[in-house]
Ligand binder design. Sequence first.
Ligand code: NAD
Length: 238
Amino acid sequence: MKIALIGYGKMGKAIEEIAVSKGHEIVLKIDVQNSHELTKENIQKADVAIEFTGPHSAFENVKKCIELGIPVVSGSTGWLEKWNEIAAACKANNGCIVYSSNYSIGVNLFFEVNKQLAKLMEPYNDYDVSMTEIHHTEKKDAPSGTAISLAEQILSNIGRKKQWVNEASLTPSDLVITSERIDPAPGTHTVKYSSPIDTIEITHTAHTRKGFASGAVLAAEFANGKIGIFTMKEVLGL
Ligand SMILES: NC(=O)c1ccc[n+]([C@@H]2O[C@H](COP(=O)([O-])OP(=O)(O)OC[C@H]3O[C@@H](n4cnc5c(N)ncnc54)[C@H](O)[C@@H]3O)[C@@H](O)[C@H]2O)c1
């Protein structure tokens, strides 16, 4: 498979390593210095684009890929307020997008455990639920996209929580997400249910970026030749 990498930072480089080791070819690398090279002529050399740039550039890059007719796998976080526009552009252009706030297989299994635990905890009002996420200091957005996904899964299942907040709060209906920035943490997420009697905690800790990169390559293999809007749930058949 021929891959265009949009964003050649920590993730772009990790994805290149995994993709090449699986026999794929990187035919285009776009970063800030050569962003003008993201043209129809250049992108047509690739079967799939993989976009990991950041909150400020993701929307434009993803929209451009869709308009240029190339399936795109995006991992950039912190831009989903514009998701509806992307979904509409994808439908209008018969395009293909895979989006996940976290491409690691372990985290996607963790998402399913989180949903299941929330369903079990729903009737037990004595338990308050809160979350912590820890990332490296270069991370530009807080809370992490993964923490937001976990929070939305909890809000859909725990009726006593109405919204997530990224600050201390004593309002019982707030789901508090605490963000910590510590190097070199690639990503730790904890969901904690605490009552006066006991505590139940589930934690996912990423040891390296390789998990995200191999999941993104798997998503690109899945997206190749497809039309539609997908998440890692479909890619992994969960
Ligand atoms: N979904 C996931 O599994 C996952 C995992 C890790 C990181 N991320 C997210 O992916 C994004 C990138 O993470 P990273 O650790 O590689 O960051 P990074 O800062 O190391 O790399 C980002 C790269 O994008 C480039 N860039 C910025 N604007 C650009 C533009 N307009 N066009 C082309 N390139 C541009 C930067 O120059 C940089 O090289 C972040 O939003 C991060 O939160 C997602």
